[in-house]
Write a protein of this length. Sequence first.
Length: 209
Amino acid sequence: MTAIKNIALITTSTRKARVGPHITSVINDILTGDADASKNTKISIVDVADFNLPVFDEEIMPAMVPDKGSFKNAHSIAWSNEIKKYDGYIFVIPEYNFGLAGGTKNAVDYLYNEWIGKGVLIISYGIFGGTSASESLDKTLKGMKLNVVDTRPALGFHGGVGDDLWLAGAGKLGDDTKKDIIAETPTILKAFGELKDLMDKQVPKDGQK
């Protein structure tokens, strides 16, 4: 019997007005709506904003946990416990000013051993699809010994600098942008298939999934 793979679909934008959760919801519908793609997987939406992570404030480096110490703060412990229970990850990331959002990088940097060795898919969004943020996170995660899929969907706002961009800035997903995201279904499913292949090959760490 094939084991079910648990996958975290992570919204990483932490701004008060944010379109990220709406984009994540559309992606979730695409993945769970395809019976073949979602077979033997359980996708859980995880929102970084729910964990209220400040700029890293522990007295121990993440790479030292758990072998040489442990986290002390409740938010760090909660984030660690959430992330370590998954077999793989899908990051839904915004691009701000041609780079990776601070909240995204902070959430990644909070942990180390919880992440390493696992498969990850990066889906970016922004005026130009968030490609600069995607490239930056790809480099970071590979350096942290995660296995990043080759296909990284990049989702743009319909019309570039236009009405849908201003809607996104107010935390709303424009209808035309939603249609554009749905039109990227083949690419998103291709990337998800690559993630599943990586997870099938990975060897669980002691004490983790």
